[in-house]
Design a protein around this ligand. Structure first.
Ligand code: PMV
Length: 312
C-alpha cells in the first residue's frame, strides 16, 4: 500500500534463535534467523495537536504516552530515552502478527519499526548500525542484560552468527531452511529465565560453564552445516542443543510436548527458541516437506506461527 501524504511506514521481522540462546549471554556464539514472513508494521504521521498517540490494529486499543504499562508505549518510551533528541509528536498505528513475549523478538521488532518511522517523520532516517544500537539500548531497559542478538538480526534481516563484543557475521546459507515456528505454551519474561540461569551458574560455575561451552561448540558446528547445506546434520545439532537447554532448566512441559509431536511428524530436528519456560518451538522440515510437516502439525492441534523457507 502507498502511504498517504505525510504518512511514513516501516516494518520489522520476527526472529528465531536457531542455536545458542542463553550461552550467548556468557560470551558463547549464537545463530539467529530473521523470520521475514512474520512482521510488525508501524505507520505514523505528525500529530498537529502535539500529543503522541498509538493505535494497535490487533487489539483496537487507543493509547497515549501515559499508558506506561502497555508494551507498545513502554517500547516507545524506552526508544525515546535512548535518543539524544526527542522525536516529533506523532500518531502511530501498529499492526503485528508477532506473538508477544514468546521468543519471537516482538519487543525488538516494535522498537525497530517505531524508531524507523519516528526518524523518518523527523526527516533524519537512521543508518542500520545506529538503529541496531538504539534498539539494543531500548532492550537493555527492558531485559536488563540482553546479549544484543535480537537487535542485530531484526534490524539487518539477515541470518546472523553472533558473539558478544565481536562484529556481527552475516551468514550465507547454502540452501534455504524449511523452518516452522510453533508455540509451546505462554512465554515467561526473558529477564526471569536469564536470572534463573545466572543463579544456577553462580551456585555451580564449573558444571554450568561446561554446559554453556558445549552449546557454543554446537553452534560453531552448525555454522559449518549451514554453509554446507547439510540439513540432516543441522537437525541433529538442533536436537542436541535442545538436550543441553533442557539440562540448563529452561524448557517447559508444553514445549517438550510440541517438540515430541514435531519429531514424530517427521521434523529433522526440533528445539525451543528464545529464553524458554514456554513460548517458541522450532521444527526443521526435510527439503520439500515444509507443507507436509505443517499439515501434520495442524492435524495434531498445533497451528504454526510461521512456516518459511529461510533464505540466506
Ligand atoms: O526470548 P527472547 O526473544 O527474549 O530471547 C532471549 C535470548 C537469550 O539468549 C536467553 C537472552 C539474550 O539476551 O540473548
Amino acid at each position: 500500500m502507498i502511504p498517504a501524504a505525510g504518512m511514513k511506514r516501516a516494518s520489522a521481522p520476527a526472529k528465531a534463535i536457531l542455536f545458542g540462546e542463553h550461552a550467548v549471554v556468557y560470551g558463547q556464539p549464537a545463530i539467529a534467523l530473521p523470520i521475514r514472513s512474520l512482521r510488525l508494521e508501524a505507520t505514523g504521521r505528525i500529530a498537529e495537536d502535539g500529543l503522541t498517540r498509538f493505535h494497535s490494529a490487533a487489539t483496537g486499543e487507543c493509547l497515549s504516552e501515559e499508558d506506561l504499562e502497555h508494551p507498545i508505549v513502554g517500547a516507545w518510551r524506552r526508544a525515546q530515552q535512548s535518543l539524544a533528541r526527542a522525536l516529533p509528536a506523532a500518531h502511530y498505528e501498529i499492526r503485528s502478527r508477532i506473538p508477544l513475549a514468546a521468543g519471537f523478538g516482538s519487543g525488538a521488532a516494535l522498537s525497530t519499526a517505531l524508531l524507523r518511522v519516528g526518524h523518518m517523520l523527523a526527516g533524519r532516517p537512521l543508518a542500520p548500525a545506529r538503529l541496531s544500537e538504539l534498539v539494543f539500548r531500548a532492550e537493555q531497559q527492558f531485559h536488563g542484560n540482553p546479549s544484543g542478538i535480537d537487535n542485530q538480526v531484526i534490524v539487518h534481516e539477515r541470518p546472523l552468527y553472533f558473539r558478544q563484543g565481536a562484529a556481527p557475521q552475516f551468514l550465507q546459507l547454502a540452501v534455504a531452511l524449511p523452518l516452522i515456528g510453533l508455540r509451546g505454551g505462554e512465554g515467561a519474561p526473558t529477564r526471569a529465565v536469564v536470572a534463573h540461569v545466572r543463579e544456577r551458574r553462580a551456585a555451580n560455575p564449573e558444571q554450568m560453564d561446561r554446559l554453556l561451552a558445549a552449546i557454543g561448540a554446537l553452534t560453531q558446528e552448525s555454522k559449518l552445516a549451514l554453509r554446507q547445506g547439510e540439513l540432516v546434520r543441522l537437525g541433529n545439532l538442533m536436537d542436541e542443543n535442545q538436550r543441553l537447554l533442557r539440562e540448563l532448566g529452561v524448557s517447559s512441559p508444553e514445549q517438550e510436548r510440541a517438540l515430541e509431536i514435531a519429531r514424530a511428524a517427521g521434523a529433522l530436528g526440533a528445539k525451543i527458541s528464545g529464553a524458554g519456560w514456554g513460548g517458541q518451538v522450532l521444527a526443521l522440515a526435510a527439503p520439500g516437506e515444509l507443507a507436509a510437516l505443517t499439515h501434520k502439525l495442524r492435524a495434531a492441534g498445533y497451528q504454526p506461527v510461521f512456516c518459511e523457507e529461510i533464505a540466506g
